[in-house]
Design a protein around this ligand. Structure first.
Ligand SMILES: Nc1ncnc2c1ncn2[C@@H]1O[C@H](COP(=O)(O)OP(=O)(O)OP(=O)(O)O)[C@@H](O)[C@H]1O
Ligand SMILES: Nc1ncnc2c1ncn2[C@@H]1O[C@H](COP(=O)(O)OP(=O)(O)OP(=O)(O)O)[C@@H](O)[C@H]1O
Ligand SMILES: [Mg+2]
Ligand SMILES: [Mg+2]
Lengths: 152, 164, 152, 164
């Protein structure tokens, strides 16, 4: 079990080296075992983030958008290491500004070459990158129905 | 395993049988106004994968996932089916597998694989180690994305172990 | 103290009767004392919401956008009852779809006739309703500066 | 009381003196890319109004609100001033009042009203009952709007009493 955890950490960190700078146009992030506890099996796992041009900060000083993007870099790195058969992301882009949405969509397109991605979003720019659109409406109040949606 | 088709009936805001067929590759986007039922689709996926906690499905009791309308319109049960496409598999194995979960208003729950009645354990076993178990990193709920950064070191360890 | 609480509840409920249907194009909401506890000073306060065309539901079944809009109806109702000198709202519109953003902006414009409203937002449609825009940038990494922004 | 001007210096991501003059009526929007410092402005307003909890300001210790840059650039103290315009005061009263809060790296804190040194109590007293106290309904943090609906009945009662 010890080696498996060690391997997973190394594997995710290798992916983070590529994925994090793609999302933030620079900077770096890595997972590390916490200092406390003697045996590897008692330790927790820290996530350290360094944003381009900013001092290394603890995660709680990050802004709303920076937190969301850092979290996505971790989720995507785990994904590249062990692609789950499909993934469902519910409005994970809500806090992102225009340019971060573009970088997010670009990376999502790369992931979707190997895995199935299902995305719930309100953002028209992110919708455009989808290959298939499912529209849900409530014409009759309280009753959800599917409609086919055309991208203008 | 890929998600080929999802069918909901009587689950949350979907009283009538509704079916989504997903392309096996690429990005599918689910769009629509506030409150139309988008997140209910993710709840349906978690439910059919065996989720046992009502709270994770934004309900107080599991019975609340069964459709109940404004006009007193009720349905007798909630049912979600998911058709998964296995990749690779040995020659003899079927390419597709269908998992179904049903809950009756009286409280009786049924689980089926390819139409045959099974126990919850069998469904949980099916999804173990594939990363699609209900608590996996592959399903990210609305408003929860920053949880991956805000969680404590020990919770993060559980997440990483699931991926290991 | 008892009468003051009672008056505040009645006052907010009167405002909710006007504000909630404006945001949801129908429906209603009200504050009520909880059943538990004998003395008014021990009771908590419930918030009941009925969306147009949907059964009365407990708040946790609401969607992300419905929760945000219900919360805003409560905040604005308190505001109309006792206008605070100024209010600051940080990305409260993140979960709202297009049409709810429009209704939100309309109500905000009404509030801003009596109070000062300071709004942090990424949504261009909501920005358009502002009388004054303050742009913040980080040209030098890690250093925030103010720039004047023109609406296109 | 209206918010006429806010000046920050050495507070969070604002090392250089930066001043925002707000129109006394209407909507002012603060816009910019992720991480540029928008929410830090709301933190500055809460801080100068007397907020004592670092957690509410997204910091682990109050010292963390003092600017520290990537290049090791440091400032000696964080300072925020707010100029408020009183409405309809009595003849003799001044129309404007300026409240200032300063925190030195060594830990010393200073509070000033119109340039005169005061105690924190005096500032908290000034804002009592106006709805602009630091925990009021009038300041809504990022990601917190749904808290007003998700909070328990007793917490909601505290909120309503503040408005009463
Ligand atoms: N058992 C049920 N019967 C009928 N309707 C239900 C049931 N459970 C939930 N709902 C309704 O489903 C709606 C919420 O749907 P959902 O959360 O999927 O919306 P959404 O499309 O994700 O919206 P948003 O964009 O705001 O996040 C609520 O209005 C709720 O009343
Ligand atoms: N003491 C400090 N010194 C220097 N920089 C700081 C300090 N405290 C916070 N910061 C920086 O401020 C930035 C966060 O700013 P803020 O939360 O205001 O962003 P924002 O404009 O609200 O972004 P978003 O749109 O993503 O919410 C972080 O990158 C953080 O590193
Ligand atoms: Mg939703
Ligand atoms: Mg922010």
């Amino acid at each position: 079990c010890r080696t498996r955890l060690r391997e997973a950490l190394d594997g995710i960190n290798r992916q983070l080296e590529r994925v994090f700078p793609l999302l933030f146009e620079g900077g770096s992030a890595k997972l590390d075992l916490t200092k406390e506890g003697s045996d590897i099996l008692e330790k927790g796992i820290e996530f350290m983030v360094k944003l381009p041009g900013k001092a290394v900060r603890s995660l709680h000083l990050l802004s709303g958008g920076e937190k969301a993007l850092s979290a996505l870099s971790l989720i995507f790195s785990i994904f590249f290491l062990k692609p789950a058969p499909f993934c469902v992301l519910d409005e994970v882009d809500a806090a992102l500004d225009e340019s971060n949405c573009v970088r997010f969509s670009r990376l999502l397109t790369e992931i979707s070459k190997r895995s199935q991605v299902i995305l719930i979003t309100h953002n028209p720019r992110v919708m455009e990158t989808a290959h298939r659109l499912f529209g849900v409406t409530m014409e009759e109040k309280g009753v959800s129905k599917l409609v086919s949606v055309r991208l203008e | 395993m890929r998600l080929k088709r999802l069918t909901v009936k009587g689950f949350k805001s979907f009283p009538d049988r509704t079916s989504l067929t997903f392309p096996l590759q690429g990005i599918s986007a689910i769009v629509g106004p506030n409150g139309c039922g988008k997140s209910n689709i993710l709840d349906a996926i978690r439910w059919v994968l065996g989720e046992q906690s009502p709270k994770i499905l934004r309900a107080r009791s599991m019975e609340e996932v069964i459709y109940s309308g404004p006009n007193g319109r009720q349905v007798g049960y909630a049912e979600v089916s998911i058709v998964l496409e296995r990749e690779g598999g040995t020659e003899g194995e079927k390419k597709e597998i269908e998992v179904t979960r049903r809950l009756y208003r009286r409280g009786e729950a049924k689980y089926l694989i390819d139409g045959k009645l099974v126990r919850l354990k069998d469904i949980l076993y099916l999804f173990m180690d594939t990363g699609t178990g209900t608590r996996a990193y592959a399903l990210v709920d609305q408003g929860q994305v920053t949880r991956f950064v805000e969680m404590g070191p020990h919770e993060r360890r559980l997440l990483i172990e699931e991926a290991a």
